[in-house]
Write a protein that binds this ligand. Structure first.
Ligand code: PHE
Length: 458
């Protein structure tokens, strides 16, 4: 595959794909979105959508990458269909989205890094645990936020610079297992808290009356975001694939990612419930209530360090995935070499990240409706733009990829079920996913109108 590189081993692909999928989306976003949408019923909806929407689309993205050997911009541009210019626009929006998401992901990763360092110092006994600075102090210090974001991005740049095998595969190859072990240890501790039974009930008992009109759209968005779909990430990872069977690989990656999300719920809900007495429904709880609570818990400093380290490893893997996508698209489309492309992409991301970092408290205080600016951007991208991109991708894969190419990549003689599943997969991409996404978006519009009318009538 020439200078583009490929995975050294099957395991390499799995580790990097899982490393990219399991990120702040699982550990930070999933719990609070579940909290906002009332718990168990939303979790059930989410799991169903992973199976019926996430996996088929993941198969499609990987196929697009593997069949063309290119990243999303070039891959979509090479499809044979008269609507090609639309596909090109779709590719550009995806890459732009990567840049935007990476920039605010970098700022939040900086917060995580900050708390990990603080807990580490406290664990060493260098300063009093109670001196741990809160999120508010951090938000007021724009320079500190910008510094932390820069350090985080530098880590990502160093890994991406080294290339697919030496960088991504080797580095994420050790972060993912460490992350896995840490999560298991932390969950064991979390489930020993007195609030655990209530938290587990909230997470797993489906009470459908708690679902809101916007829940379907939010579940679609969460599934797409957590599986890194719609950003071209999986197209890039597919382009480095050699002989893995795509549907099997997609099923495994999605299953592990979903397990991690559920485990994250089991880890965070008991603590949030114990600490604040309300099921978590605010994106800030992880950084506000949790650190304070952990400091008062016996052994909480060590737990806190383990927790934020775990969170940091997850956000690092996801950020590296995002940066890799920007770089691989850049390299595919221009004569720029990987090194320069990486530095340039890193620089542009950092400049964008400085906007939320340096605006400090302003972003937090400024509210759009009930949400802060960062949350509103996050919600706009994940609940509205990503589903629209997914719609476009379904169409591109259905109408633009040749039937023979899809069949060859899907059907594997050693896996008899793949032949039967092939037509179901096509049907799902053509009819089911577009219908669910359209319904989700429609209900979100109705929900937004209702909210608007309610606010105006007060
Ligand atoms: N899937 C990651 C998460 O859940 C986010 C991500 C999106 C990473 C797109 C890479 C590409 O946090």
């Amino acid at each position: 595959m020439g200078k583009r590189g490929s995975w050294a081993s099957r395991l390499g692909f799995y580790l990097v794909a899982i490393g990219s999928a399991c990120g702040l989306g699982n550990l930070w976003r999933f719990p609070y979105v579940v909290g906002e949408n009332g718990g168990g019923a939303f979790v059930l909806l989410y799991v169903l959508l992973v199976l019926l929407l996430g996996i088929p689309l993941l198969v499609g993205e990987l196929m697009l990458g593997k069949s063309t050997g290119k990243s999303i911009l070039t891959a979509l541009g090479s499809l044979s269909y008269k609507g090609k210019p639309i596909f090109r626009v779709l590719g550009r929006i995806s890459v732009l989205l990567c840049l935007l998401v990476l920039s605010y992901y970098t700022v939040i990763s900086g917060w995580v890094l900050h708390f990990a360092i603080q807990f580490f110092i406290s664990a060493l006994g260098v300063h009093q645990a109670s001196e741990l600075s809160t999120l508010n102090i951090l938000l007021r210090n724009g320079i500190l936020q910008a510094g932390l974001a820069s350090v985080h991005l530098l880590f990502c740049i160093v890994v991406v610079l080294k290339g697919v095998q030496e960088g991504l595969e080797r580095f994420i190859g050790w972060t993912v297992p460490v992350f896995g072990v840490l999560v298991v240890l932390l969950v064991a501790k979390s489930l020993s808290l007195a609030s655990a039974p209530n938290a587990v009930r909230f997470l797993l008992y489906p009470d459908f009356s708690k679902l809101a009109l916007s829940s379907l759209g939010q579940a679609v968005g969460q599934v797409l975001f957590t599986l890194s779909l719609g950003f071209g990430t999986m197209v890039t990872f597919g382009s480095y694939m050699t002989h893995e069977h795509i549907p099997t690989a997609s099923f495994r990656v999605a299953t592990i990612d979903t397990i991690i999300s559920l485990v994250a719920g089991l880890l965070i809900f008991p603590i949030a419930l114990q600490a604040s007495n309300t099921p978590l429904s605010d994106s800030g709880i992880l950084f506000e209530v949790l650190p304070k609570f952990l400091l008062e818990m016996p052994g909480g400093v060590i737990f806190g360090f383990g927790f934020f380290l775990c969170l940091y490893l997850a956000s690092l893997g996801a950020s590296i995935g995002l940066l890799e996508v920007i770089v691989s698209n850049f390299v595919d489309r221009s004569r720029v070499d990987r090194g320069r492309a990486t530095w340039l992409a890193g620089f542009v991301t950092l400049v964008l990240a400085f906007i939320p970092a340096l605006s400090g408290m302003l972003m937090q205080r400024l509210k759009l409706g009930q949400r802060g600016v960062l949350e509103s951007v996050d919600s706009l991208i994940i609940n509205w733009i990503l589903p629209l991109i997914a719609l476009g991708l379904c169409f591109a894969i259905t109408a633009g990829m040749q039937q023979k190419v899809k069949e060859d990549l899907f059907v594997n003689m050693e896996k008899v079920e793949s032949e039967v599943l092939f037509s179901h997969w096509q049907w799902t991409l053509k009819w089911f996913i577009p219908s669910v996404i359209s319904l989700g978006l429609f209900l979100q519009v109705v929900h937004a109108i209702k909210l608007f009318l309610e606010i105006n009538s007060h």
